[in-house]
Design a protein around this ligand. Sequence first.
Ligand code: ADP
Ligand code: TYD
Length: 217
Amino acid sequence: MFLVSFEGLDGSGKSTQAHLLAAWYRERGFEVELLREPGGTDTSEIIRDLLLDRERRIDPFAELLLFSAARSQMVTEKVRPLLEAGVVVICDRFFDSTTAYQGFGRGLAEPVWLNAFHRQVTGGLVPDRTYLIEITPELARSRRQGRSEDDRMEASGEEFYRRVYDGYRWLAESESDRVRCLDGSGSIQELSETIRRDAEALINGTGRAGSGNAATI
Ligand code: ADP
Ligand code: TYD
């Protein structure tokens, strides 16, 4: 079945659109599981708490490994079995977040090296479709205002978010078959209609990257 991921800066509207897409699939009779990263399993939620704790100092490479550890656990425990059982899996973030935040944001690793690493972490599992909701770091920050206090990642500063933004732009260009780049300054309704149209094409087999064989790659 399909594996779909949502990507973008914190506050870009990923969770909003992930929930709307899940509801749309359910209306069409699909069974759907919505997972968030880091998280989705007990172990991964514990790793999430470590990663987002503002009081904790985490070495950048340890950060890369911890995000990847949480993902590895989630893929084994949840994503693969669900896909094999015919469930549509929607992930609020997947390995592209690591490329953007740790690769570009922390300046850690070459995208080519990271791509090979991600394939090891997920056992070769790649989303059928990724929706990248693109908004500027400034708009993202204003949308986050009023939410709870910045977590450890959100407290990384403007320059960091600018590099993450550049990382996502690089992804949109280098993975244009899989990654659909959406203008996140549009309304919630406009964005969800665009995503639904694409999801429809994916179901009908006319979307280029989506073959619904995520579990068998
Ligand atoms: P993320 O999951 O990317 O952090 P959310 O979906 O939680 O983002 O959205 C962040 C905030 O922005 C929420 O208050 C949400 O209601 C609002 N929001 C989401 N999408 C839009 C949009 N297209 N236009 C305006 N506000 C939006
Ligand atoms: P979360 O609250 O889930 O994101 P959002 O604010 O977008 O709703 O927090 C996850 C944070 O972890 C977010 O700042 C992005 C970051 N992150 C990475 O740096 N690397 C990763 O691989 C993942 C999955 C997330």
